[in-house]
Design a protein around this ligand. Structure first.
Ligand code: FES
Length: 338
């Protein structure tokens, strides 16, 4: 069975299967709704149900409180329709931004490399071109599961749409990492990939200088953004801060150093080690403290932050102190237990 979902505020309708979440139906039909985690935990995709019934699915009781359910709110990334439904979603359209519909792809692993401590780089060839905005992510279905997926951001730029690069850190006991990527995944293996997802992508229409803060493998979407901005030749200045514990956790150091040399006065690379001191070419300290030291003010810049939630929160606080406010701040939090 499938039902009609009407998005009142956008004056659009899509068909949604009873076993399909409403967000999925929308994104695959070119109706873009705000979302971040696609797991029912962040609350970004909350909408109001004006008419009809939904099953709230796996919505976290923190992201969708009891009283909100009673008020007719739901999280479309996990909600499935139980009748025809009318929803009201708060969608701001942004100038100069095109969102690409979600599609399914078959990926073939063509490279697998240990690039840092407990971190692997995977390169997949896709069976078709994946159009996305630099910074967005894909869902990879774990093999031998009933559609369980993990989300990882592309580190490549949209200019190479038939091959994607992912960097993945091991999570002890994680089904996707310990149970697969760090276990028996090998070159030649095929996987199901869907995307693009997310609203964390670089806004080249904002011609402001950029500061990027990545924690660990939170570097991936930022790498994509850096490449994209340079390819688009917008001339925006970029400061990339990569925060990790020790030197062994850094990766792509040579790559970024070379970019820095090739784009003098435009791109600046700042690796920060929280637990190691005196390593040439790096700063010592928490990435937020290092930025605090490096800049008197960040007024007039735009920030992109990706990493574990505590790092993201600490960054937001530091940015505010430096006069860089939420309207010019974009964040991506790590959510899933990989
Ligand atoms: Fe739906 Fe996060 S709760 S996108």
């Amino acid at each position: 069975t499938s039902y009609t979902v009407r998005i009142e505020s956008l004056d659009q309708e899509v068909e949604c299967r009873e076993d399909q979440n409403i967000l999925d139906a929308c994104l695959r039909n070119g109706v873009w709704l705000p979302h971040a985690c696609t797991h029912g935990t962040c609350g970004t995709c909350k909408v109001e149900i004006l008419d009809g019934d939904v099953n709230h699915g796996d919505a976290s009781e923190f992201a969708l409180m009891e009283y909100e359910r009673n008020e007719g709110k739901t999280l479309v990334c996990v909600a499935t329709p139980e009748s025809d439904v009318v929803i009201d979603a708060d969608v701001e359209s942004e100038e100069g931004v095109t969102m690409h519909p979600v599609r399914d792809f078959e990926g073939t692993l063509v490279a697998l490399e240990d690039c840092a401590r407990e971190t692997r780089r995977l390169v997949f060839d896709l069976d078709d071109e994946l159009s996305f905005n630099a910074g967005q992510y894909v869902q990879v279905t774990l093999p031998n599961t009933d559609g369980v997926f993990r989300s990882w951001s592309m580190a490549n730029s949209p200019a190479s749409p038939k091959q994607i690069e992912l960097t993945i850190k091991r999570t002890p006991g994680g089904l996707g990492t310990d149970g697969w990527i760090f276990k028996d995944l090998k070159v030649g293996d095929k996987v199901k990939i869907a995307g693009p997802y997310g609203r964390f992508f670089v806004r080249t229409a904002k011609e402001k200088p950029i500061i990027m803060i990545g924690g660990g493998t939170g570097l991936a979407p930022l790498k994509s953004m850096v490449k994209h901005v340079l390819e688009e030749d917008t001339g925006q200045t970029m400061h990339l801060y990569h925060g990790v514990r020790g030197y062994e956790d850094l990766y792509d150091v040579e790559y970024f150093k070379q970019l820095e040399a090739d784009h003098e006065d435009q791109f600046f690379y700042h690796p920060c080690l929280s637990e190691e001191e005196g390593v040439e070419g790096t700063s010592h300290g928490m990435v937020t403290d290092v930025i605090d030291e490096d800049f008197k003010t960040l007024r007039g810049m735009v920030a992109y932050i990706c990493g574990p939630p505590p790092m993201v929160e600490a960054s937001l606080k530091m940015l505010m102190k430096k006069r860089l406010f939420p309207r010019d701040t974009y964040r991506e939090d790590f959510f899933d237990a990989s």
